[in-house]
Design a protein around this ligand. Structure first.
Ligand code: LLP
Length: 387
């Protein structure tokens, strides 16, 4: 008996091909978000019993339908700016107390002042706000973001810890921070760290929890530890899904050792990346000096990740599924920059032609939110599929 072939994972968009082609006819570039896939990811994450609270990192994808679905799945929201806080408040008028967390970077006094009114939890990651604007924080229970001394992630640009990073209070400065907080009657209720994005090692968050628990032991007022987000997702064929069961097991063990500290996390990409695709239309097919380029109406203006991080997104010709592949091609956008390349040396059907609809996969996180108007191009459309 022949071994059964290993099945390729089936993505939601394979079943939705006709509907996606219709949607593309209404205008490209367009991001399409599939809420059942978002809910599947949310429930997988919610299955981690060791977590007391889970926040969604709004920066990954701020579409109102995404926020609404995640609120229904019991998530709170981690916001990096006052506009993000206001957007969540406007979108979710009945968000239960305690669900809104502000984790800014180099926020101004005015931004912290605004956040004091709308966020449940304020994160500080240096002594500056405490020393210069003590009136904002007096008497409050605060979150303190620590730089544990190292960064991790899929690219140097997304590491958020260690000497090169602007984020977090150095471990050496913790006692000065604790003293400055005590002087104004504030208390450190939560310790936080987020060392980067696209972390594959499921053991990382338990190690971080242990490191922060030792710091918390020395502070004495800490009730919870937030170990950030950063869970990786597969982008390329053959890459494994993140091992959520291994994460759950490691966190359960960490909590057994430090039952006195509640555990929080704040993923973004894990929840939304696989729920989103970008649809674009072929504009031209050009051969130059031995390189074939497939031109699209979406480039680094619509999806910055390949230009910024050399990120690899799978690209599929939705109009010609099953046609024989041709030689390798570069997929490029319409922007006047040499980095405007969505993929280099990938295979697409040999007969790929003007007007075809291409799908750029795993684009639901850090896609639309990072799109821009460069060259005065319009932003992509955003569309929700909930079937
Ligand atoms: N918490 C904090 C404090 C963060 O700064 C971030 C992401 C997250 C949570 C969520 O991380 P996630 O679970 O999504 O990895 N634009 C880059 C990623 C930048 C991440 C910024 N901070 C990319 O497209 O790969």
């Amino acid at each position: 008996i022949a071994e059964p072939a290993v099945a390729e994972p089936v993505s939601w968009w394979q079943a939705a091909r006709e509907a996606l082609l219709q949607e593309a006819a209404a205008g490209t570039p367009a991001y399409v978000y599939h809420l059942p896939t978002l809910r599947r990811q949310a429930r997988a994450f919610a299955g981690i019993d060791a977590l007391e609270r889970r926040f969604y990192a709004v920066k990954a994808n701020a579409h109102p339908a995404v926020l609404t679905a995640l609120a229904e799945e019991g998530f709170g929201f981690e916001c990096v700016s006052l506009p993000e806080l206001q957007h969540v408040r406007r979108t979710l008028s009945d968000l239960p107390a305690g669900r809104l967390l502000f984790t800014p970077s180099f926020a101004s006094r005015a931004e912290y002042a605004g956040a004091c009114d709308s966020a449940d939890w304020l994160t500080l990651d240096s002594l500056y706000p405490l020393r210069h604007w003590p009136e904002l924080f007096a008497g409050r229970r605060l979150v303190l973001r620590i730089d544990p001394g190292y960064g991790l992630g899929h690219h140097a640009h997304v590491k958020t810890g260690g000497p090169e990073a602007k984020f977090g209070l150095a471990l050496d400065d913790v006692s000065a921070f604790v003293e400055a907080a005590r002087v104004i009657g504030a208390e450190i209720a939560v310790l936080h760290a987020h060392v980067g994005s696209g972390v594959q090692d499921a053991g990382h968050w338990a190690q971080l929890f242990a490191q922060l628990a030792h710091v918390a032991d020395g502070i004495g007022t800490v009730a919870a530890i937030n170990v950030g987000g950063g869970l990786a997702v597969p982008y390329r064929d053959g890459e494994a899904e993140f091992d959520i069961a291994a994460l759950a097991a490691a966190l359960a063990e960490a909590r057994r050792q430090w039952p006195q500290y509640a555990l929080w996390m704040e993923p973004g990409r894990y929840l939304t990346a696989q729920a989103g695709v970008l649809l674009a239309r072929v504009s031209q097919v050009v051969d130059k000096l031995g390189v074939r380029r497939i031109g699209l109406d979406a480039g680094m203006n619509a999806l910055m990740r390949p230009a910024l991080y050399q990120a690899k997104h799978r690209i599929v010709n939705l109009s010609r599924i099953g046609d024989a592949d041709g030689p390798r091609v570069d997929v490029v956008g319409p922007i006047c920059e040499s980095t405007d390349v969505l993929a280099r040396q990938v295979t697409l059907p040999a007969d790929t032609a003007e007007g075809d609809v291409l799908l750029i996969d795993t684009a639901g996180a850090y896609g639309f939110v990072m799109a821009n108007h460069y060259n005065l191009r319009d932003l992509p459309r955003e569309v929700i599929f909930d079937v």
